[in-house]
Design a protein around this ligand. Structure first.
Ligand code: CDP
Ligand code: CDP
Length: 221
């Protein structure tokens, strides 16, 4: 089976997707890391984030490799380790602009389907259940209140030693959610057949177990 996990920023997608994949010995693919990698390269090359064709042209020259290790996914861009660079605030602030272009999304989706072609995959992102893997046997839509999602990001960043204002994080997350859910092509949206899980007051383990139970139900049918 293939598993699609979508939802807004900070809902817990990547943490949960990774643990579910590990538990099932499936391949985990972080599609957000691919859009972040292109954003990183575009900022390095001074390419306008408004110019979809220039971004596509750049993307065709990029080899984006996702390597799953213990708890982190190492991201290699043409062989260079950019794992921590793509989590910077400037990438986070700009990635939704890059992700809004149809030509960029088209190429990304091709690459994601290629990576997923052997099956037994867990993909997380915004359009997995609706576009990338519309036939996925299990689709999950993770949500949480914007305050809870900002709190999670705040804790993550302060643990890394970064100083950040909580209210600013709330604003940034709300802005990115809006861009992602109102864009023209493949917006962030719950697939019709997706199961929505509100993680606001759930632990990571609760969410992982809920998903594993759904997998079990489907495999024993
Ligand atoms: O981890 P976080 O939720 O902050 O973001 P991410 O999953 O790394 O995705 C970063 C951005 O990439 C999102 O805000 C979207 O603009 C874009 N994205 C997308 O459009 N489609 C996907 N399948 C995955 C990410
Ligand atoms: O990938 P996405 O942006 O949806 O979220 P994430 O990066 O997986 O999770 C954001 C943060 O929330 C991480 O530090 C998780 O450990 C934490 N989290 C949590 O505290 N409780 C949950 N139920 C899920 C995630």
């Amino acid at each position: 089976m293939n598993i699609a996990i979508d939802g807004p920023a900070g809902a817990g997608k990547s943490t949960v997707a990774k643990l579910v994949a590990e538990s099932l010995s499936y391949l985990y693919i972080d599609t957000g890391a691919m859009y972040r990698s292109l954003t990183y390269a575009a900022l390095q090359e001074n390419i306008s984030l408004e110019d979809g064709n220039a971004l596509l042209n750049l993307l065709t020259k990029l080899d984006i490799e996702l390597k799953n290790e213990e708890t982190v996914t190492t991201v290699l861009l043409n062989g260079e380790d950019i794992t921590s660079d793509i989590r910077s605030s400037s990438i986070t602030a700009n990635v939704s602009l890059v992700a809004q272009h149809e030509v960029v999304r088209h190429e990304m989706v091709q690459r994601q389907r290629q990576l997923a072609k052997e099956g037994q995959v867990v993909l997380d992102g915004r359009d997995i259940g609706t576009h990338v893997l519309p036939d996925a046997e299990l689709k999950i839509f993770l949500t949480a209140s914007v305050e809870e999602r900002a709190k999670r990001r705040y804790e993550e960043l302060t643990a890394k030693g970064e100083t950040i204002d909580y209210e600013q994080l709330v604003q940034e997350i709300a802005k990115r959610d809006k861009l992602d859910s109102t864009r023209e092509f493949a917006p962030l949206k719950k697939a019709e057949s997706a199961i929505e899980v509100d993680t606001t007051s759930l632990t990571i383990n609760d969410v992982v177990n809920q998903i594993l139970n759904l997998v079990k139900e489907r495999t024993t049918l």
